[in-house]
Write a protein that binds this ligand. Sequence first.
Ligand SMILES: [Zn+2]
Length: 309
Amino acid sequence: MKCTQTMHNPRERLAGCCTWPLLVLCAAVAGWVGGCRSLSGVQEPAKPAATAPKDQETFRWPEGKRAAISLTFDDARVSQVEQGVPILDAYGVKATFYVSPSGIERRPADWKKAAATGHEMGNHTLKHPCSGNFRWSRHKALEDYTLEQMGDELDEASAVIEGLLGVRATTFAYTCGQTFVGRGVRTRSYVPVVAERFIVGRGAYDEAANDPAYCDLAQATGIELDGLDFEQAKPFVEQAAKEGRWLIFFGHDVGKPGRQTVPASTLEALCRYANDPSNQLWIDTVDAIGTYILKKRAENDGSTRTGGL
Ligand SMILES: [Zn+2]
């Protein structure tokens, strides 16, 4: 007799179990339900959380990787091509640069070379508008923008990038991590404007890495790498690996530790760590990983949703 297979009423089950001397002991010592089950040999497997979406259970990174990482750098600052790209190239790591056209124009040959060697060049607007609370942005404040104006600016920035570097931007980074235009009752999110044009829109100053099965690619999170030494950056990578996530780091200058700067030593250590096969990490551009996520989602649930849906 197997308690859990034949007795559905808990009272009957207790009575049935207890006619068997061994199970009397079981009920007395270990508690009747758990004890009967373990002795009967028919313990039910643990069930996953009822709320876990189907695709969360089936999403897999390629080649058994545990997590994906993208390194991103904003504004096309000179130190990125002077110090960042040589480190990335030494480790064969491809990064994403959210370029401002004015920054490219300071080192056009270096930026062309970086684009030609496989680093991604993403859109970061033309004028870099942010909240007018930044005094330097008061004359181009997001509070004074319209959705139409933002759409036009994003298109113009993509055209300028293509003209200067010969590549089409497929991903975007929100300037200052801000996603609104207007103010008060006329405030609008420009996330849909980004979603219509790019496969990924990266935010900034976030706290958690992206769940590839769930995240809105038009609002992918970005974790600040500026100012972190490797020991401070590593826990983000370890947490992402533990949870199968896509970690997008962002930074500005590269070089000696300082304001808005990714220490060169941190960049080097991250590349080395990500390249170590025992860590099972996939490090690649935002475009490459975003494209992979869209492909896997379509395979998993048969949907045709794009980055904008
Ligand atoms: Zn920026």
